[in-house]
Design a protein around this ligand. Structure first.
Ligand code: GLV
Ligand code: MG
Length: 349
């Protein structure tokens, strides 16, 4: 595939558009909290949400009824106007690029509240061409409306073709913020035989060998999402952007939600979607590193001040690589501590 000249990659795509970021702004994004903005009662509660979530996202796409698409767009603009987001980021999930709503979603939202918008989440991304289209359009609109900072793009990885093209999507533009795994659409796109939104399936398992004496055989449930999530995390990390687990649909099973979120966290994701208020505390707990791990990481860093050589700490070998692992945890803990005084004291920061 032919590539853009490296020299041109970071140039604005329209005269007068803000210069794209070379490094992403450093933000804590443990949960992307979804709200349906066409519902008055929900909009009225947004001020309460601020300060409790890291990201509030107005959802315009799936789950919004067709006859409420325009009300949702208007509601989002109203909610953006009427709140002071301060430490909470404001995102929107627009409709898919092949839908009849998306052009007005982008045109109206960027014109009216583009200066308050941090990230546009783009669903059903199939390849870098989808990112290029939105990238160019956003640059034109940023120039027209005099925006000073670039609006970032977050792709949902939720089609088989998107998974095939995940590396090219991750590196398509300096406007790329990150990616979320969308297990519901992806399951449909791949003809997976599950009706769940994320999580495991009791029949996706490995059966222990038969012993010959007819004794019952243990079965171990496997993670349906492991391959895709790991592939996505590599594509994102290599591109310097962030990976997220998406939705977990069974609100009656917080333990399964927590397990899914934790697998994503351990694999390298920075956050997950929260679709229900009860999932916010789960995401906060999972995506804030464990104080005991942070304490051990801190020990590694202070035990190897310049990060070189090898030392033993509590019987475990430490070197350059574990020093870097420790730094990931301590840096994240600092980010959490800066936002959350109760966590700061648990981290001793
Ligand atoms: C999210 O949009 C999903 O399809 O899982
Ligand atoms: Mg979807």
């Amino acid at each position: 595939m032919s590539m853009k000249l490296p020299r041109n990659f970071y140039k604005p795509l329209a005269i007068g558009a803000p210069t794209p970021y070379r490094e992403l702004p450093v933000h804590l994004e443990r949960m992307i909290h979804f709200v349906p903005p066409h519902i008055d009662k929900v909009r009225a509660k947004v001020p309460e949400l601020l300060g409790q979530v890291d990201v509030v996202l107005g959802n315009l796409e799936d789950a919004i009824p067709v006859d409420a698409k325009e009300a949702a767009r208007r509601g989002f603009i109203e909610m953006a106007h009427n709140n002071n987001f301060e430490n909470t980021e404001l995102w929107v999930r627009i409709n898919a690029l092949n839908s009849p709503w998306v052009l007005d979603d982008v045109l109206q939202i960027v014109e009216d509240v583009g200066y308050k918008l941090d990230v546009i989440m783009l669903p059903k991304v199939e390849g870098p061409w989808d990112i290029h289209y939105l990238d160019q359009l956003l640059a034109q609109l940023e120039a027209r409306f005099g925006l000073r900072k670039p609006i970032l793009i977050h792709a949902i990885l939720e089609t088989a073709e998107g998974v095939n093209n995940v590396k090219a999507i991750a590196t398509a533009s300096p406007r790329m913020h990150g990616m979320s795994l969308g297990p519901a659409d992806l399951a449909a796109s791949r003809a997976m035989k599950t009706t769940r939104v994320g999580g495991g399936h009791p029949e996706y398992k490995v059966l222990a060998d038969a012993t010959g004496n007819g004794a019952p055989r243990a079965a171990f449930q496997q993670d349906l999402w492991h391959y895709t999530l790991a592939t996505m995390v590599d594509a994102c990390a290599a591109a310097g952007i962030k990976g997220f687990y998406g939705p977990f649909g069974d609100f009656s099973d917080p333990a399964a939600c927590e397990a899914q979120f934790r697998n994503a966290f351990l694999l390298g994701c920075v956050g997950a979607w929260t679709l229900h208020p009860s999932q916010v505390d789960i995401a906060k707990r999972v995506f804030s590193p464990d104080p005991a791990e942070v304490a051990f990481a801190h020990k590694i860093i202070t035990g190897m001040p310049d990060g070189s050589g090898a030392v033993m700490i509590d019987g475990k070998m430490q070197d350059d690589a574990t020093w870097k692992q420790a730094k990931v945890l301590v840096d994240l803990a600092r980010l959490v501590a800066a936002k959350d005084p109760s966590m700061a004291s648990r981290y001793g920061m």
